[in-house]
Design a protein around this ligand. Sequence first.
Ligand code: SAH
Ligand code: DHB
Ligand code: MG
Length: 222
Amino acid sequence: MPEETWTEIDQYLTRTLVRPEDALEHALQASEAAGLPAIHVSPGQGKLLMLLARIQDAQRVLEIGTLAGYSTIWLARGLGKHGRIITLEADPKHAKIARDNFAKAGLTDIIDLRLGKALHTLPQLVAAGEKPFDLIFIDADKQHIPEYFSWALKLSRPGTIIVVDNVVRSGAVIETDKMEPNIAGVRRFLEMAGNDQRVSGTALQTVGSKGHDGFALLRVQG
Ligand code: SAH
Ligand code: DHB
Ligand code: MG
């Protein structure tokens, strides 16, 4: 089945069931207008994040990799009543567009964007004694996923859900002969998580408007 068909099916499912609200469409338009790359989650994946936040009755969400805040806004829509999100972004241009999008969506008080490289801001969260998060979405550079996963565990409690995006990359995950650092990061993470008794996880492939990719979903045991 050609990729255009996956996209058409994604559009059909988005139109019929997912039905993103206007604030999400506006965020994507602002992102495109500012020339940011279209590497946000698909609407269907965004709604999955929203539903996971609901299922978790999440009050505290951590996201690593904000871009224009599209996934952040989906997560925010799934939060409990006094819920808050901390989202980490290294690129000041992305952070500015994201903050504008949060303001337009009425989410300024709900979403706390921390500018800086995640390997710098994550230890700050731990040092500040942040309470454990209910849901953590890892979606920044792929090279450092293993380190982000280790920090995520430090910021978790039994029952925390950790979602890791882009673990398949059109099948590159099994092409070990020409391995880039991104893919090496993904593989190191999968092997690490699979051998870590503290988590129980799975990974699913996806096709759709974002091509062929996949995500991992893990639950901290206990
Ligand atoms: N979660 C977003 C997409 C994120 S794209 C969505 O689905 O809508 C990945 C983002 O991670 C980019 O904005 C990129 O600037 C950011 N990023 C890359 N390296 C980073 C790092 N070391 N620390 C924090 N953010 C980083
Ligand atoms: C890229 C990053 C992502 O988070 C994604 O979902 C797709 C692509 C990238 O860096 O190319
Ligand atoms: Mg991603």
